[in-house]
Design a protein around this ligand. Sequence first.
Ligand SMILES: [Zn+2]
Length: 317
Amino acid sequence: MKILRLATAALAWTLMAPVATHAADAAKSADIAHHGLKPSDFPRWHQVVPNVYAYEDLLTTPDFTFTTNSLIIVTTDGVVLVDGQDHDEQGTSLVAAIKEITPQPLKYVVIASDHGDHVNALPVVKEAFPQAVFVSSTASLKTMTTLKRPVLATELVDDKQTLKLGNTDIQILNLGRGHTGGDLVVYLPESKVMFMSELYDRNIFPPMITGYPTEWVSTLKKAQEMDVTWFIPGHGFTGGDAASLKADLADFTKAVELVVSEGKRLHAAGVPCATEKDCPANAQANWGHYADFTAAAGQAPRALARAYTEIEGKLPK
Ligand SMILES: [Zn+2]
């Protein structure tokens, strides 16, 4: 069971190269072990601002373990959950957490990332809260129809939708493509919290297997131009103060920009990167401190291959 779980959950994260041996700066690592944490410390959650909770459970691979995050928003007229987790057991824990936090029923589930580690637990959530309405982008709906046990959205947001629950405005926004092509963010204009989902993977090398590298940069910049105090990532720790969450988002944005610029430089120099497994260009890339980001060894050649795909005009429409 555990192994099977690993096989599906960790698929997009598995290392294709040996783990980097240089000591990663613990402060710039998303790996729980680098922060003295154990798997038994999870799931866990904390209140970001009154009635808004960042929830962390784990994504485990043979090489590292970091958090996969959800957002729980409590209003006087029900709860909104943004992103699920990876498997049934995690779904059960997530449902238990919502019930522990509030007696309010879950009214909406926003699928901000359609990747398995954010949606596989949703059948359990739906079973516990059958009245909840599931929301995604059209692109994510299309992607999710290919999953084994999808909970498909019945409400679609392609630009912007505001949910008004009690006195709380909850904006579901499509700021552009990035990590999946169907990326959504959730923004609370009163408390100035923005849940970025996988558009922001804190201290993790940009995971680009389904990414749109250049558009991802613009999408992140658009988010950073908005009136946001708390940027909450989809992977990597959700804690720390608002300033460090913001600074790490700026740093992550630079990492995505670097993938684009190193891709252009190496492609122009004629250094090949046909696939992530056949990418001599990766050895010549200057990743700077991003080489120490969690998952860099596996994700860097993958990202470079995706950047090449974009340069060659072969990204999926
Ligand atoms: Zn993910």
